[in-house]
Every structure is written in C-alpha cells, then in structure tokens.
Ligand binder design. Structure first.
Ligand code: KG4
Ligand code: ZN
Length: 335
C-alpha cells in the first residue's frame, strides 16, 4: 500500500509518499523558518498563508519524486491535530479535496502519535509495548504505547514544552531562532557544570515536567537577579557555559522521568520522537544516564523534526487495520 501524506501543523509545509514497510518513496519539507525568524517565533497567520502558497507545489514535488501517479496511491493522509488551527486547516482541506477528486480513502493522523512512529522509518521495530516520549516545540509528553497502536498518556509538561525552553534560552542569550540547534551548537564549546541550574522533578512519582523554573534561572544568570540588567550582566557566565549547563539540567530531568515511567510500567524500551530528539548531545546524554538496562529508540535525524513521512507511516498502519476517516474530518488544535 502507498499513501500520499501531508503535514501542515506548524511551520513546515511537507508532503511525502510512503509505502508499507514503511519505506519512504519521497519526502519533501519546505521550512518556513526564514519567514518567522524576524519575529523570533512562529507567527500563526504567516504560517497559514505560507502553507497556502507552498502546499500545492510541495505535493506535486513529492508525487513526482515518488515516480507514482495518483491512481497508484491507496490513500491520502493528513495530520489533522494538534497544531495551529489555521495551519492545520490548509492541510486538511487540501487532503480532503485530493481524496475526493482521486476517489481515495482519507486518513487523519495525530501529529504527536506520528512523531512516535518516526523511529520506524529508520527500520526500528516499534511493535512491542514501550514508553513513548514526545520532545517537541509544542509538547513534552510521555505515554505507555502498546504495539497495537493504543496508547495511554502518563504525564506531560505543566508549563513550557522542552523545545520551547530551548527556543527561549536561545532568545535570552541572543543566539537566534530556531533556538534548539543554536543552543546545541553553543553548548559544544561550553562547560556543562559551570552554571548551577535547577532540576525540577516535582513529586517523587510524578511523570509531569516543568521547564519554567530553569528558563527563569537562565534569564537571571544572564541578566542578573530579577533580570535587573537590560542585557548581559557584567558578571554573567559565558553563553556557551549557560547552554551546556542548561542541556545537562534538562537531560537529567528527562532521564529521571524516563526511569520513573519504565519502573512504574515495568517496561525497558523507550521510543522517542519530536524536534528536540535531533539533538545529538541529548541522544548521548540519555544513553549515558540510562545505561544498558533501558533501550532507547530514536528516529533517523532527518525524521526527528516535523515531516510528512512520519504521517504516512502511521497512516499505513491505520489503513492496514481497515481504519479510515470520512470527508467530514476536521482540523483540531488540541491533541
Ligand atoms: O517536532 P518539531 O519539529 O515541531 C513541533 O511539533 O513542535 O519540534 C520543533 C522544536 C523547536 O523548539 C526546535 O528548537 C527544537 O524542536 N529543536 C531542537 C533541535 N532541533 C530542533 N532542540 C534541541 N536541539 C536540536 N538540535
Ligand atoms: Zn512536531
């Protein structure tokens, strides 16, 4: 089976053709980063308009690269939740129109569940029960994932998402947008034990996260207590040391939450996904902290950040089970 998949939940306009396996036949991502960079974050209205401008060309490109004609497809899939509502509507409306015009089944996919499918695109076997961890710009969530596609939410962030914390740290230090890659790069030159930052673990058995405390601590370390200085305080640490110390602190927290989830659910396999898993230091840092007892399954780097191939992979799984949606499918901002 082969699906055309569409992704427009946030600021990447993406389309892919994926075959059962899953095998990626084509994968096109148009990043809007340059359009949002002047504002230091994603501007929803700009995102929606940009999707409208780019999506048709992105889909045509994905189809052409796959070497397939529409009549060789088995379904059209689209990420229909969660995300920016205007952005989602562009993808959903386009997917519905194509499904109707080509007389193909339509499959709506949850973007967060799809992030947890992206490790399968690297050939990883993700069919057994495991702990699923989504580390993205908008979400930080843990699930118990059972191989049959069912999942149960275990906990999530009470304030900022992990990727958002990276982006805000980068903004405070003036390292630019998007912040994740900038913080990772700066941290390579820094000392991770140079700046004392809090690790918020909440109650002993809590599987929730909180990153607002560390974000404020970074702000104060840079601009002085209560952010008294308009810019860098005279005695502020080096930005590289702040970035490295920030990463060490958040890796400690994520490792501890994974340890707890594995213990509580009696599982030792962890499936990770989301833009922050593109961070090489995070991959190494979690593996070092969790040792051989816990197996970590990461997506291939190119499928860590938003893409349509992961949407296609999850849609194929649903298609194989006989699931499909009607043309009544709607975009939903919430998961
Ligand atoms: O999954 P994603 O592409 O979009 C959402 O679903 O939100 O994640 C985007 C987030 C951004 O916050 C970005 O700064 C972060 O992932 N990110 C990273 C890295 N690459 C992207 N964070 C840390 N290190 C990276 N290398
Ligand atoms: Zn995402």
């Amino acid at each position: 089976m082969k699906v055309l998949a569409i992704e427009t939940t946030c600021d990447e306009t993406a389309a892919a053709v994926v075959e059962s396996g899953p095998r990626v036949l084509s994968d096109v991502v148009f990043s809007q980063v340059a359009e949002h960079a002047p504002y230091g974050g994603v501007v929803p209205e700009i995102a929606s308009r940009s999707h409208v401008e780019q999506l048709t060309a992105v889909i045509e490109d994905a189809l052409q690269r796959s070497g397939l004609e529409p009549n060789q497809l088995d379904a059209v899939a689209v990420a229909h939740r969660p995300g920016l509502i205007g952005a989602l509507m562009v993808g959903v409306t386009t997917a519905k129109a194509l499904a109707w015009a080509w007389d193909l089944p339509l499959i709506g996919v949850n973007h967060l569940e799809a992030h947890l499918e992206s490790a399968a695109l690297g050939g990883q076997d993700i069919t057994g029960p495991c702990i699923g961890v989504v580390l993205s710009g908008g979400h930080t969530d843990m699930y118990r994932v059972d191989g049959d596609g069912n999942s149960r939410w275990l906990g999530g962030t009470r304030d900022d998402a992990i990727g958002e914390a990276f982006d805000k740290v980068s903004a405070v230090l003036g390292l630019g947008y998007p912040g994740g890659p900038a913080v990772e790069k700066a941290a390579l030159e820094g000392d991770g034990s140079a700046v004392k930052l809090p690790r918020t673990l909440l109650a002993d058995d809590s599987l929730d996260f909180s990153f607002s405390g560390i974000k404020t601590a970074v702000l104060y370390s840079w601009r002085g207590a209560n952010a008294a200085h308009p810019g860098r305080a005279p005695d502020a640490p080096e930005p590289e040391d702040i970035c490295a110390s920030f990463q060490q602190a958040v890796f400690d927290v994520i490792a501890e939450k994974i340890r707890r989830a594995c213990r509580q659910e009696s599982l030792n396999t962890v499936l990770l996904g989301g833009g922050v898993t593109a961070n090489a230091a995070l991959r190494e840092g979690l593996a070092d902290r969790l040792g051989d007892e816990i197996e970590l399954l990461f997506p291939p780097l190119r499928f860590a950040t938003d893409n349509a191939a992961m949407i296609g992979a999850l849609a194929l799984r649903r298609l194989a089970k006989g699931e499909r949606d009607s043309l009544e499918l709607v975009a939903e901002a919430q998961p």
